[in-house]
Ligand binder design. Sequence first.
Ligand SMILES: *[C@@H]1O[C@H](CO)[C@@H](O)[C@H](O)[C@H]1NC(C)=O
Ligand SMILES: *[C@@H]1O[C@H](CO)[C@@H](O)[C@H](O)[C@H]1NC(C)=O
Ligand SMILES: *[C@@H]1O[C@H](CO)[C@@H](O)[C@H](O)[C@H]1NC(C)=O
Ligand SMILES: *[C@@H]1O[C@H](CO)[C@@H](O)[C@H](O)[C@H]1NC(C)=O
Ligand SMILES: *[C@@H]1O[C@H](CO)[C@@H](O)[C@H](O)[C@H]1NC(C)=O
Length: 610
Amino acid sequence: MLISKIMIPRLYKRHKILLYMVLVTLSVVLSFGNYWMKAPVQASLEDEAFRLTSQSSFNPRAVFHELTSYIIAFNDGDSNEISNSRIGTKSGSIFFHWDDWVDTFPANRLLEDVKLQSPEGKCDSALEKFASVNAYWLESYHTKVRRGMAHLYCSQQPPKRILLATDFSFVEVPVDSKRRLGLSDMPSNISKSQVVKDIQDIQMLDRQRFNTIPYKNLRDRANVDVQDFYFDPQLEIIRLKQQQRTESLDSSQEDYLKFLSYANKLVDNTDQYFKYPWITSDLIVGYSHHFAFPFFKRYYGNRERQSVLQHLVRAWFQFAESAGVASWINYGSLLGWAYNGVNMPWDTDIDIQMPITHLSKLGREFNRTLITENPRYGNARYYLEVSPTYLRQGNSKNFIDARFIEINSGLYIDISALSHTNFKPPKNLYDGLTEEEKERAIPINCKNWNWHITDEILPLRHSYFEGGDVYIPNNVSRLLSRKYGESSYTTKLQFKKFNYQTDIDVWVPDSICSKPPRTETRYKDENKDELTLNGACGSEELKDEYRIIRECAQRRHNLEPELDYPKEYDINSTGALPYFRKDPWDYHNDINKGVALNSSWYTRDEVYYL
Ligand SMILES: *[C@@H]1O[C@H](CO)[C@@H](O)[C@H](O)[C@H]1NC(C)=O
Ligand SMILES: *[C@@H]1O[C@H](CO)[C@@H](O)[C@H](O)[C@H]1NC(C)=O
Ligand SMILES: *[C@@H]1O[C@H](CO)[C@@H](O)[C@H](O)[C@H]1NC(C)=O
Ligand SMILES: *[C@@H]1O[C@H](CO)[C@@H](O)[C@H](O)[C@H]1NC(C)=O
Ligand SMILES: *[C@@H]1O[C@H](CO)[C@@H](O)[C@H](O)[C@H]1NC(C)=O
């Protein structure tokens, strides 16, 4: 939302022809009217999702079950089972191939031959060549998708480790090497109850031979110090070298020193690290820029995307707190929070920030980690990658410092580090501050030149967003007013063809109704738990959205009647709200298989506390 992702692709000298193509495309665009410029129609995105999901036999639970069976066997020391396991080695690590974890069906035809030649997942040189084209190469949607899938299959490094989310900890399983199991070749009927039982079985074992990271609950205030915003790579390097001379470095310090020396040079002359696909038909709208390459395989409609994002942001905060790093939501996500405690329906991502030293820790300890969602809530898998360019501003080509990517959709959280730098802050950063506050103010900024003072951010406090625990900045009203204009979050009720209906606290698409309906009977009951069909402007979708958002909005208004002054509440006893948006794979699978009889996204998966 905040960061405009529309950027001209880097034009290499040898790509002059590309520039030519862009110009030709532009003139075609301009002369053929607005066909190219229209955002995709929601209904057709939904139809396309059903068409594609019904063609695929991929079951995300197949590989999960394989993994949990191995963990159980290994913890039990059951040597028979261990040697029977296809995914696990004898020494507590696993084989990994993206093809077992991601549905690559749009490239089935393309991958057919190599799969036959090498069931364990090797590529031939022709496919490798096809896969190695830069994501910014402008080409058609279908070619780009196949290119991404081929890249994933042949070129994308496997993760270093998998963190498997159970009910009270992450179980850490190292990845040994790349090898395909071929699970996508066989239809699988592993059910939700099976995989939930799998994690319960893991939890019940007395002996855990894998490293575990216990969950931590978020607290009233996050533990962040002003110093956490100060990071000097040169100083880090000198400190490590000094230690190397006097004592010695352990292997992780050695690696860190090597990394710092490498990245500190790289950052001045490098390309953009995180790639999104460039697609001819999407050049103007830039819809595909909200998906990470190579994971992108289709466009998502608003409702499906909102489901991915709800699960994504909740998984992120659980992971981050347990990993010992602090972060908070900002910008578009924070603006959404201010209205009704959820992301805005048109917003395509979640904006997360953290102090630079916390990001550095994340890079050292968790770069290239794949995190599985607790199967009670869904089938998502999140890949965390930290850019080597986070160290400092460098050549300004990179302002996203890390990404938390849902691998089946390619939707992601952009994570940016804030630091105190020598750059000069804009004057208006100090607007409205007293002389004393100005004296005290410590400016911090991200690499995309968004500025804050530490008092605006700290202390970070707990709140609920999308129903789950998050941290938010201390002075939300100052932050949002500076960013979006005075009181943007209370008076602006029209946005992007949505209108905010204050009585139900929902952003309603104008296509459903542009104002609340004139009816006495907006609600089905006194508790206002549900809308009547008339009360929902005749729209089942709006009825559904109301059920999804209602409790999140209620909680936001009950706990923070004034934005910056929360009521006292006990986080432990208040507890997170249920997951209200159904997992997207389940949603499509249930309807495709005739298990669900309507297209309702609403669910109520209570958070499981031990
Ligand atoms: C899954 O399929 C196998 C055969 O492919 C069958 O034996 C098993 O009963 C099925 N399980 C369920 C839960 O349907
Ligand atoms: C994370 O891993 C990628 C891929 O190996 C690497 O390019 C990058 O430098 C790593 N980032 C950090 C912070 O170590
Ligand atoms: C937010 O900032 C404004 C302007 O400096 C100040 O008046 C207000 O007290 C601050 N609120 C909080 C909660 O710090
Ligand atoms: C909340 O629970 C945590 C453990 O999960 C505990 O450390 C903390 O003291 C509890 N806080 C309150 C206020 O009960
Ligand atoms: C949709 O179907 C589910 C069962 O599949 C049911 O629980 C729910 O009430 C239905 N919703 C609507 C709006 O009809």
